[in-house]
Every structure is written in structure tokens, then in C-alpha cells.
Design a protein around this ligand. Structure first.
Ligand SMILES: C[S@@+](CC[C@H](N)C(=O)[O-])C[C@H]1O[C@@H](n2cnc3c(N)ncnc32)[C@H](O)[C@@H]1O
Length: 206
């Protein structure tokens, strides 16, 4: 699947996730970000246009070379400084407590060891720093969840490892972060891939 994942998937993902209706939610999720932030699974830079002026710098963590290439015009058009700071959200190349906020959109489904990635996010966040997230995952509707389970292997093969049925809330609950806002519900598209988890989680101060 190298050719598919490396050469085809970034363009397909960019087109699907570049939907204008999703852009509205991206803007909501990016609101309130400030200071030096890390974005895991930066992709083709679809969040760049939504960074508020309060964001000073972005460390972009993205393994796909083509996605990073595709992101360049968006980065060039932005006033925010964006630097590629690593390839893997499971091992962030940043010091402890060095980051004011973190951003993840449609990435927690794909990172192989999400518990590890959330530990890394927590490690690099300063106390009081927030993770802003917009993710898809396990539906609360048992009928949809059944289809998510059936389609998961195929979707994972076609979607670069994307797991349709991750319980994002459970991953966050057992992380070192404290969920302070979480909204769930269906977004656009077929229900199996459209159950969203949107919100923020904070690194406790003590
Ligand atoms: C579905 S795309 C979402 C891209 C972008 N966040 C967005 O909202 O448009 C998932 C992204 O996660 C990236 N990814 C996969 N494994 C990763 C890992 N271990 N660490 C960080 N990012 C990863 C993929 O290359 C891809 O760009």
C-alpha cells in the first residue's frame, strides 16, 4: 500500500477534509489557541487558515512528505510561522512543558499508539496548556458502531491506518489530560465515519 498511502491518499484526504462545512468546525476548534503550539498530524495544512493571530509559532508533526509539500502554499500564505518539527506524534521532538497548546484534527484515528501520543502531548504541554481536538471515532449508536467494526479493517487499509471506531473520549479519560469540553454528534458524510468528538482537554496545573 506504499504507493496508495504515499502518493494518492494525501490528495484524497485533502479533498474530503477540505469540505467547507468542516472548515467551519476547524475555525471553532482553533479559536482560543495562543502562543507556541504543536499540531500533530498536520496533514496538508487545512488548519493553517484558521490559526488565530494569537498563535506565535506552530511545530508541525507530519510523517507524509507529500502532505507536507501540499501544505506549503497554505503555510506561505499565512502570517504564522510553521516549522516541521517531527514525523511522529508518538515521539515528539520537544522538551517537557515547552508548548502552550496542542492541536489535533482527524489524527487520533490514525496514530498507531494513541495512548502514547496523548502522553507525549501531555508531556510537552505546559501546565494549564490545552489540547484542542476535532476527531472522528466510535459512534454512540450501536447499529452504526456495528458497521464501524465491520468496516474497520478495510477502512484502515484504504485510509492509511485510520481506525473507524476508536472511543476518543475513553482515550482522553485515561490520559494525563483533563477533558474540559466535549461535544459529540454526527458531522457530514456517511455515519460510519462522521461521528465526531470536538473539544478541549487541559494539562492540570498540579
Ligand atoms: C486524516 S489525516 C488528517 C490531516 C489533518 N490533521 C487534517 O485535519 O486535515 C491524518 C494525518 O495523520 C498523519 N499521521 C499518521 N500517522 C501519524 C503519526 N504517527 N504521527 C503524526 N501524524 C500521523 C497522516 O500522515 C495524516 O496527515
Amino acid at each position: 500500500m506504499g504507493w496508495w498511502t504515499d502518493r494518492m491518499l494525501p490528495g484524497i484526504t485533502d479533498r474530503i477534509l477540505g469540505d467547507e462545512r468542516i472548515a467551519t468546525v476547524r475555525a471553532e476548534v482553533c479559536a482560543g489557541l495562543c502562543g507556541d503550539i504543536v499540531e500533530i498530524g498536520f496533514g496538508t495544512g487545512l488548519n493553517v487558515a484558521h490559526y488565530p493571530a494569537t498563535v506565535t509559532s506552530v511545530t508541525a508533526v507530519e510523517p507524509s512528505e507529500l502532505s507536507w509539500e501540499m501544505a506549503q502554499p497554505r503555510i506561505a500564505a499565512s502570517r504564522t510561522s510553521v516549522v516541521r518539527g517531527g514525523l511522529d506524534g508518538q515521539r515528539l521532538d520537544l522538551p517537557d512543558a515547552s508548548t502552550d497548546a496542542a492541536l489535533s484534527t482527524f489524527t487520533m484515528c490514525t496514530i498507531p499508539d494513541l495512548d502514547l501520543a496523548l502522553r507525549e502531548v501531555s508531556r510537552v504541554l505546559r501546565p494549564g496548556g490545552r489540547l484542542h481536538f476535532l476527531e472522528h471515532g466510535l459512534s454512540s449508536d450501536p447499529g452504526v458502531a456495528r458497521w464501524q467494526r465491520r468496516l474497520r479493517p478495510l477502512n484502515s487499509r484504504l485510509g492509511g491506518g485510520c481506525q473507524l471506531n476508536r472511543p476518543i473520549d475513553a482515550y482522553l479519560d485515561r490520559s494525563d489530560l483533563r477533558v474540559e469540553r466535549l461535544e459529540t454528534g454526527y458531522g457530514e458524510g456517511p455515519k460510519v465515519g462522521a461521528f465526531r468528538y470536538v473539544g478541549t482537554a487541559v494539562k492540570p496545573t498540579a
